[in-house]
Design a protein around this ligand. Structure first.
Ligand code: PLP
Length: 368
């Protein structure tokens, strides 16, 4: 008898079952239209309603101020690594931007931005992506167009539990893997973006929340599909958007709203991540988490098995054993920046994952 599968993947991640059921129910005939959302014109009244519902739910859940636009774009999080500099680096004459590089994703974003202007990494370079450099060591560049950081480094399990202070400079955040997982004061940001497939749906769409005064400064070489001004003027319909992914997002947002909104998500995320950290901390160093306690992610918990640097044989046994118990996608990325941390195992705890829906079953299986 097959055990119920518990999916720990960071993204595409587990979706709430009620969302999948509803999508299944509506798949062949959406709202009596006789067609599927998969087949629907993006300019139809049914799809217009889906877009409006999605945007309104996001505005409500995050209390997004009126002077911010919400865009639904293609190209994923990586598309935004390019779109951000293409749209914002030209805001100031110097065409330079400050980056905090605390893991793979912010590192990739900084590399992409270098194509379009000068990138300053504002803190001493990190040897390992296991901590956030102390803000007292940052030196922000006067005249930079924006300050960029990744709020939750998915691969490394490093999460900011504070909003960086930029002394008036425009703050940009990649929230792909902790979007809607806790309350955020949007007014502190110039721009927030998030790919949907981690916390708010499936792949295909990225949400961009951008302050209006930052729109309209794109470099001439900015591809038109990534141009915030063009997309904002066309309600994200300059070209055909990822209609089905936006529809799934509307269902997930509804689910989040019905489960206590971002405050409810924060409570749940604290609960499920501390469940995993508690097991690690009480394992007598059998499991170890390399990340500084101050910035341990509530979304992705990387850990090694066997000893501090990991015992690869035991880690393989762990993954095989987990898979026999129906626990899948536990294998994390290999750390490439330092050989001492290669091949680590990450337990990805995602916002709407099974850990949330059935915490005691997960705990029992992990403890076994
Ligand atoms: N940013 C973060 C924090 C991520 O975790 C990821 C992907 O896994 C990305 C960006 C890249 O997103 P995408 O695969 O949608 O391009």
């Amino acid at each position: 008898d097959k055990k119920q599968t518990i999916h720990f993947g960071a993204g595409p991640a587990k979706l709430p079952q009620s969302v999948l059921f509803q999508a299944q129910k509506e798949l062949l005939d959406y709202n009596g239209s006789g067609i599927s959302v998969l087949e629907m014109s993006h300019r139809s009244s049914d799809f217009t309603k889906i877009m409006n519902t999605t945007e309104n739910l996001l505005r409500e859940l995050l209390s997004i101020p009126d002077n911010y636009k919400v865009l639904f774009l293609q190209g994923g999080g990586t598309g935004q690594f390019s779109a951000v500099p293409l749209n914002l680096i030209g805001i100031k004459e110097d065409r330079c931007a400050d980056y905090l590089v605390t893991g793979t994703w912010s590192s990739n974003a900084a590399k992409e931005a270098e194509k379009y202007g000068k990138v300053n990494v504002v803190h001493p370079k990190l040897d390992t992506y296991t901590k956030i450099p102390d803000p007292s060591s940052w030196s922000l560049t006067p005249g930079s167009s924006y300050v960029y950081y990744c709020c939750n480094e998915t691969v490394h399990g490093v999460e900011y539990n504070f909003t960086p202070e930029t002394h008036g400079a425009v703050l940009v955040s990649d929230m792909s893997s902790n979007f809607l997982s806790r309350p955020v004061d949007v007014s502190k940001f110039g721009l927030i973006f998030a790919g949907a497939q981690k916390n708010v749906g499936c792949a295909g769409v990225a949400v961009v929340i951008v302050r209006e005064d930052l729109i309209g400064h794109a470099l001439t070489e900015c591809p038109i599909v990534l141009n915030y001004q063009v997309q904002a003027q066309n309600n994200s319909l300059y070209n055909t958007p990822a209609c089905f992914s936006i529809y799934i997002m509307s269902l997930v947002l509804e689910w989040i709203k019905n489960n206590g909104g971002v405050d409810g998500m924060e409570t749940l995320n604290k609960k499920k991540s501390s469940m995993i950290y508690d097991i690690i901390n009480s394992s007598n160093h059998f499991y170890t988490c390399p990340v500084d306690v101050a910035c341990r992610s509530r979304m992705n918990v990387p850990f090694r098995v066997g000893k501090k640097q990991g015992d690869e044989t035991l880690e393989k046994d762990f993954l095989d054993g987990a898979s026999k118990l129906g626990m899948i996608s536990l294998k994390g990325h290999r750390y490439t920046h330092t050989h001492t941390q290669s091949g680590f195992v990450a337990c990805y705890v995602t916002i709407s994952g099974d850990v949330l829906e059935n915490p005691s079953a997960v705990r029992n299986r992990i403890c076994n």
